[in-house]
Design a binder for this molecule. Structure first.
Ligand code: ATP
Length: 436
């Protein structure tokens, strides 16, 4: 019998390319480093991750509202936030082959590629710079946002005034961010263009520690509730020395990627740093009036900040398995139904009529509610394999018997168990099985 192997990044990358989850950006031109394109299945997976996050953190809560702010912002935003001055990593360069490294990530004192001598570290700002308007001068420099968070801070008063939310309340946003990372790699783990899912949760000063604990638990459990194994996750509280100057507390949700533990999300207690900075630089008030105590103050903020692409990678790695199936090995993604790109595959046993007509009718009905695929090519065994490999939780097989008894077979991805159900009960049965 063939042997099932362990999950490696090569296997994940290969599956992603082979099945159309993720391609390299501008591949026909040799690719653009650290930029990736999501293919037909990848976009479904990515949308499901974002939707699951949005549902749990915005739609199912009374105390968080959504926002979508522009990528380009007034350049003073990034001066106030500290990014112009301090959003930098130490860069060293090999004097012989000119390869560049992040000094804090190097384990060797010489170039790991050619052994050459390295320059002294220089701070390298990670923000992408460009110009707004037709003149390329220092006066119209703008930055591609390196995080979505600042869009929430500068809109604090707009959101609070229009929604009349009382503290504690949060603002959530999902969107693209850009960082000119010195070293990239590990597939979509570290990109130069990526997406973030962030919440700025504003609280009364003095209540921050309890809200910090709350959000750390909330966010840790979100991954578990969406199918990530508990043993693949770890909380890593930051040491005092590691904290950014404005942060009081910070904890990372780490995931065990094939290359080792890596950060999925950071949850930080940022005090009143951001709103205070924006008040000082903009001259506008971003305070809050508490009607109960009649006090005016600057709210404090707890920030859970997650990466969409890193989450996608974590979901893929955690779900990937190679399992014995009779005398062979099947590759399967045990994705949570809410995350799986396709929920149901409709598989007629034959392309011939009247089986095809009945199958197409079933497919048309099911796709009103779920992302479905119709596949009538090759043997049924191969079709099951194809669906297992992309994580489709359920297959519906229609055979010649179905024409007689008006029943079809539902085959489950994880157990490979098969049951017969009446066509009239099919939608209810699927709904029930996709519940988790
Ligand atoms: P790292 O230490 O890995 O560089 P960070 O601590 O700088 O990450 P944050 O600024 O806290 O990251 O960003 C919040 C989240 O955004 C991260 O937990 C990660 O999921 C995601 N993220 C940050 N940088 C990248 C990147 N270059 N590519 C993909 N995702 C990223």
């Amino acid at each position: 019998m063939a042997e099932a192997g362990k999950v490696t990044m090569e296997k994940i990358v290969s599956l992603c390319q082979r099945r159309g989850f993720i391609f390299q950006s501008s591949e026909i031109y040799g690719g653009l480093s650290a930029c990736w394109d999501y293919g037909p299945l990848g976009i479904e997976l990515k949308r499901n991750v974002k939707e699951a996050w949005w549902r749990a953190n915005v739609q199912q809560r009374d105390d968080v509202v959504g926002l979508d702010t522009s990528i380009l912002m007034h350049p003073d935003v990034w001066i106030a936030s500290g990014h112009v001055k301090a959003f930098a990593d130490p860069l060293v360069e090999c004097k012989v082959c000119n390869l560049r490294y992040r000094a804090d990530e190097l384990t060797s004192k010489v170039c790991t590629s050619c052994g050459g001598e390295l320059t002294e570290p220089q701070m390298f700002n990670l923000m992408f710079k460009t110009h707004s308007g037709p003149i390329e001068s220092e006066d119209n420099v703008v930055y591609m946002r390196p995080e979505t968070a600042q869009g929430m801070f500068v809109n604090f008063a707009n959101v609070q005034n229009t929604t009349r939310k009382k503290l504690p309340f949060g603002i959530a946003q999902i969107g693209k961010s850009f960082r000119n990372e010195i070293t990239t790699g590990n597939f979509i783990f570290r990109c130069r263009e990526f997406e973030q899912m962030e919440i700025e949760f504003f609280v009364k000063p003095g209540t921050d520690e309890q809200w910090f604990e709350y959000w750390v638990n909330q966010r840790f459990n979100w991954y578990i509730n969406h199918g990530i194994k508990k043993e693949s996750l770890k909380l890593r509280p930051h040491d005092k020395e590691e904290l950014a100057h404005y942060a009081k507390m910070c904890s990372d949700v780490n995931f065990l990627f094939p290359m080792g533990w890596g950060e999925l999300e950071g949850i930080a207690d940022r005090g009143s740093f951001d709103l205070t900075q924006h008040m000082e630089h903009s001259g506008k008030s971003l305070t809050y009036f508490d009607e109960e105590t009649k006090q005016t103050f600057v709210p404090w903020v707890i920030e859970p900040s997650a990466g969409v692409d890193r989450s996608v990678l974590a979901f893929l790695c955690d779900a990937y398995a190679e399992e014995p199936d009779k005398d062979e090995i099947r590759t399967v993604l045990h994705l949570h139904p809410a995350i799986a790109p396709v929920k149901v595959a409709v598989l007629p046993l034959s392309k011939k009529e009247p089986l095809a007509e009945l199958s197409r009718k079933i497919y048309a009905d099911l796709r009103l509610n779920w992302a479905c695929q119709y596949d009538d090519a090759q043997s049924i065994g191969r079709r099951y394999r194809r669906q297992d490999e992309i994580g489709t939780p359920l297959c519906v097989t229609i055979d010649f018997q179905s024409l007689e008894d008006k029943q079809v077979t539902i085959r489950e991805r994880d157990s490979m168990a098969q049951i017969r159900v009446g066509i009239s009960e099919l939608a209810d049965a699927i709904k029930d099985k996709l519940k988790r």
